[in-house]
Design a protein around this ligand. Structure first.
Ligand code: PNS
Length: 167
């Protein structure tokens, strides 16, 4: 990679579902990357436990970033670094909401670095109002009939509401 090369970054996660906090991090990352792959990690365990299928998560990510041609929704199986190498992406984006995120994130970043020396993890901080937000809390609140409207974008809200009304 040299400085003339456009920077492709990967923002990996479960995104079950994408929250406004994820969206904030993704949009911020476009200030330092030319293209962003929002990458849904696809493993048997992730899918089994999920509220949304991988395909549904990809559709929602695509819908939320319809206004942003530099964002692509993708899924991957296996190691993140293998996928990153395939896509010639040398930057991983992760959000840091609070100190409690740090230990796990540091471990992942260092492991990824060991697995592929050409990967750099960049931590971005979300807007303060999103620092308490997580997909698991959104799922829990929605499952108990709480309003998750403030925490997710309209297409995600509609999908979450459909999921719970059909149960
Ligand atoms: O949103 P999450 O669940 O915190 O995301 C975690 C994720 C998907 C980024 C992480 O589990 C991951 O990278 N999984 C892919 C498999 C892999 O590469 N594992 C080694 C990471 S050190």
């Amino acid at each position: 990679m040299n400085r003339a090369t456009p920077i492709t970054a990967i923002y990996p996660g479960s995104f079950d579902p994408l929250t406004r906090g994820h969206e904030d991090i993704a949009r911020r990352s476009l200030r330092i990357a030319d293209r962003l792959l929002v990458a849904v990690a696809y493993t048997a365990t992730h899918v089994k436990k999920g509220l949304f299928s991988v395909e549904e998560r990809l559709e929602l990510i695509t819908e939320v970033f319809r206004d942003e041609p530099r964002v692509e929704a993708v899924s991957f199986q296996g190691l993140l670094v293998d996928f990153a190498r395939q896509r010639d992406a040398h930057v991983v984006i992760r959000g840091l909401r609070a100190v409690s995120d740090f230990e796990y994130e540091l471990q992942m970043a260092q492991m990824n670095q060991k697995l592929w020396d050409e990967i750099e993890t960049v931590f971005l901080v979300p807007e303060g109002e999103y620092s308490f937000l997580s997909s698991s809390l959104v799922r829990e609140v929605a499952s108990l009939n709480g309003d998750v409207g403030p925490f997710v974008s309209p297409p995600v809200l509609a999908a979450v509401n459909r999921k719970f009304s059909s149960r």
